[in-house]
Write a protein that binds this ligand. Structure first.
Ligand SMILES: *[C@@H]1O[C@H](CO)[C@@H](O)[C@H](O)[C@H]1NC(C)=O
Ligand SMILES: *[C@@H]1O[C@H](CO)[C@@H](O)[C@H](O)[C@H]1NC(C)=O
Ligand SMILES: *[C@@H]1O[C@H](CO)[C@@H](O)[C@H](O)[C@H]1NC(C)=O
Ligand SMILES: *[C@@H]1O[C@H](CO)[C@@H](O)[C@H](O)[C@H]1NC(C)=O
Ligand SMILES: *[C@@H]1O[C@H](CO)[C@@H](O)[C@H](O)[C@H]1NC(C)=O
Ligand SMILES: *[C@@H]1O[C@H](CO)[C@@H](O)[C@H](O)[C@H]1NC(C)=O
Ligand SMILES: *[C@@H]1O[C@H](CO)[C@@H](O)[C@H](O)[C@H]1NC(C)=O
Ligand SMILES: *[C@@H]1O[C@H](CO)[C@@H](O)[C@H](O)[C@H]1NC(C)=O
Ligand SMILES: *[C@@H]1O[C@H](CO)[C@@H](O)[C@H](O)[C@H]1NC(C)=O
Ligand SMILES: [Cu+2]
Length: 597
């Protein structure tokens, strides 16, 4: 009798396990591309970081200690819905204060979904300094569990030799009026290169592939082997054969790969950074990283063949296995029009609907919790957070028009969404004459093409504060962020903020109540809120700055900057940090960083 009871009890316990991680976050030195050693952000003295794993139904507890000494931090668990626990989502200024140096902070949440995810810092553009790694949620009920022998996680990323704090200063600067993004120095697999993956003949492997990079989309292919896509950003799909896939920053795929019966040859697999994203391509740049399926370690690993062009699988054609039909009755539809432009400090910023995101002083969630019925008025979150109020269970549609010649991968926190339109490049704004798929593809990160558009839909069934932003870390820093305020009335009834989260605000001297400016008396008085730099003076076009700066730069950098300040009106700056005196373009840039302190 006892043993039968145990047999029955074990699975019940297993599905309710608590998985605890203790993460001591510190600097360590690493040289992943064998070209430059640099400080990177490690966990428990190690880098690459540990891959987090859990099973659907588990509770995950992450005890963070920030021992970086000179930077704050946070952790976001990319793609997890955080049902009932939006306060554990991680983006600084949206759902928490930064975790101050020498502070502790606990993330505690339930896992309600299977799939391939990742975790990363969501503070001050910090994750490309190394604080990013895969997060895998196993599923005892996976429709594909009997179709593979073994699973292998594979991260792909771009890599910089310089640190983000320095690169962001250079990026958002009067000396970079066109907004050219820093170009990565290398590409990595699993935070290294020349990766060898031992495989056995005649087996099927499930590769869980995650782009944990800062900027570059990656083409990925395996020589001599076909991939069968079965999962995309946590959504199971009908098997789809692909010779090549494209992963934007933050996207994930699970692919089944069946090995050959003959074990006499090893095969290369390759990732190649999408150079369309780079304004300039340094001669020294190798955009490629290679790994090998090693059938026999005693035979050589062949160099990969060079391709002339890339023809990746179009993710728009994927079909979720659950066949969730199109949300065809829309309750709330709005546009987000993307543009890049200069502000009065001469630097280049990114805009949704002419607004560049500026972090609020009070985390948006804390404003929602402390504002009673006024939580439904978006003004209190500050116009500069691009706040949209969603009512519980509304079907929400976002029409995104990209008035910029770049590709942008957009990510929605707290949801996956149906992707129902994606135009070709140069199609202009959405005109509304498309036929929608009956069973749309769903994922949490989706790319818009240059000067094109897309339309996505989701159901507001997950009360929380959820950011919607481009996942190119440069563009978060320059303001391409909007905020979804989903069912604030439900949040007020269900969410309470743990003591250690409040303590982080106290350590950073940040208010925890009131509107975006920390005003608790008059919620509509936003005086003292962080503001963007002023617009360009009337009649002064962005092209003028570019011409001015470049002509000056050509002459002499120092003289150029003096000439810039001499240009009068244009150089005039307004305080951006409420009382701070450091009025450099870099300070404006830091204040404009949605995730910055
Ligand atoms: C965290 O790491 C730092 C640096 O190695 C060390 O000084 C500190 O004792 C560690 N803390 C814990 C709790 O392990
Ligand atoms: C990988 O191999 C290439 C070619 O041999 C070499 O240039 C590069 O340094 C290697 N990378 C690492 C991380 O060892
Ligand atoms: C923080 O510390 C690291 C490691 O010592 C150092 O390389 C980096 O320059 C510092 N960064 C800042 C912004 O102070
Ligand atoms: C997590 O699951 C436990 C056990 O089912 C439940 O008691 C708790 O309320 C859940 N937490 C959240 C935030 O939903
Ligand atoms: C990547 O690294 C992880 C962690 O070390 C390892 O489990 C995995 O097998 C590696 N992936 C491949 C494809 O070699
Ligand atoms: C990178 O790979 C692509 C595709 O094979 C190839 O066209 C390109 O020449 C490679 N670049 C370098 C520097 O090897
Ligand atoms: C929000 O409050 C402002 C100021 O009181 C008011 O002008 C505006 O109409 C309100 N908006 C909504 C949607 O109620
Ligand atoms: C929609 O309208 C645009 C512009 O008028 C046209 O170019 C496009 O072909 C139309 N698409 C469909 C599916 O009818
Ligand atoms: C969690 O939130 C997602 C996203 O809105 C929703 O689809 C799902 O039903 C929720 N799951 C649970 C268990 O509440
Ligand atoms: Cu972008």
């Amino acid at each position: 009798m006892v043993s039968v009871w145990l047999l029955l009890a074990v699975p019940v316990f297993a599905s309710a396990a608590t998985v605890t991680y203790d993460f001591n976050i510190t600097w360590v030195n690493e040289n992943p591309d064998n070209a430059f050693e640099r400080p990177v952000i490690g966990i428990n003295g190690q880098w690459p970081l540990p891959i987090m794993t859990a099973t659907v139904g588990d509770r995950v507890v992450v005890n963070v200690q920030n021992h970086l000494g000179n930077q704050s931090t946070s952790l976001h668990f990319h793609g997890l819905y955080m049902n009932g626990s939006t306060e554990m989502d991680g983006p600084v200024a949206a759902t928490q204060c930064p975790i101050a140096p020498e502070s502790k902070f606990t993330y505690d949440f339930n896992i309600t979904q299977p799939g391939t995810y990742w975790y990363h810092s969501h503070d001050s553009g910090q994750y490309p300094d190394g604080i990013r790694a895969p997060l895998i949620i196993h599923d005892p009920d996976s429709p594909y569990k009997d179709q593979y022998d073994e699973e292998l996680v594979l991260s792909i990323s771009d890599w910089y030799h310089d640190q983000m704090a320095d690169l962001i200063k250079q990026f958002i600067s009067v000396t970079n009026p066109t907004g050219a993004e820093p170009v990565p120095d290398a590409a990595l697999f699993n935070d290294t290169q020349n990766l060898t993956t031992p495989v056995q003949p005649g087996k099927t492997y499930m590769f869980r592939i995650v782009n944990i990079g800062a900027f570059a989309g990656q083409y990925f292919w395996m020589e001599g082997h076909t991939m069968r896509i079965v999962e995309v950003d946590g959504i199971y799909t009908e098997p789809a054969e692909a010779d090549m896939i494209y992963l934007t920053a933050a996207q994930r795929y699970s692919v089944l790969v069946t090995t050959k019966d003959d074990a006499s040859t090893n095969f290369a697999y390759v990732a190649s950074m999408d150079e369309d994203l780079f304004d300039t391509i340094p001669d020294s740049l190798n955009p490629n990283v290679t790994g090998w399926l090693v059938y026999d370690s005693s035979v050589p690993n062949p160099a990969p063949a060079l391709l002339d062009s890339f023809d990746p699988f179009d993710d728009f054609n994927l079909v979720p296995t659950d066949k969730e039909p199109l949300w065809d009755r829309v309750d709330y539809s709005f546009n987000l029009d993307v543009a890049m432009n200069n502000l009065g400090d001469g630097a280049n910023y990114a805009f949704f609907n002419d607004i560049t995101y500026i972090r609020p002083k009070v985390p948006t969630l804390y404003t929602a919790l402390s504002s009673g019925p006024t939580a439904f008025n978006s003004t209190i979150y500050s116009p500069d957070t691009n706040a949209f109020i969603l009512q519980k269970n509304q079907v929400v549609e976002i029409i995104l028009n990209n008035n910029d010649p770049g590709k942008h991968p957009f990510h929605l926190h707290g949801h996956s969404f149906q992707a129902i339109v994606r135009s070709e490049e140069e199609a202009g704004n959405y005109v509304g004459n498309e036929t929608f798929p009956a069973i749309p593809m769903r994922r949490d990160t989706f790319m818009v093409r240059p000067n094109g558009n897309f339309v996505i839909r989701f159901r507001a069934d997950n009360p929380g504060i959820w950011l919607f932003h481009c996942h190119i870390e440069w563009h978060i820093a320059s303001g391409l962020v909007a905020t979804m305020i989903e069912a604030p009335d439900v949040l007020q009834q269900t969410i309470s903020i743990p003591r250690d989260h409040i303590d982080s605000c106290i350590a950073e001297k940040l208010p925890t109540e009131g509107n975006a400016a920390g005003n608790t008396v008059d919620l509509f008085d936003l005086s003292g809120a962080h503001k963007p730099p002023p617009p360009l003076p009337a009649g002064f076009e962005a092209r003028g700055i570019v011409a001015l700066v470049f002509s000056c730069l050509c002459a002499f950098l120092g003289v150029g900057v003096i000439a810039w300040y001499g240009a009068g009106e244009i150089g005039k700056k307004e305080p951006v940090t409420g009382g701070d005196t450091a009025e450099t373009a870099a300070a404006a840039a830091a204040a404009a960083d949605g995730e910055s302190r």
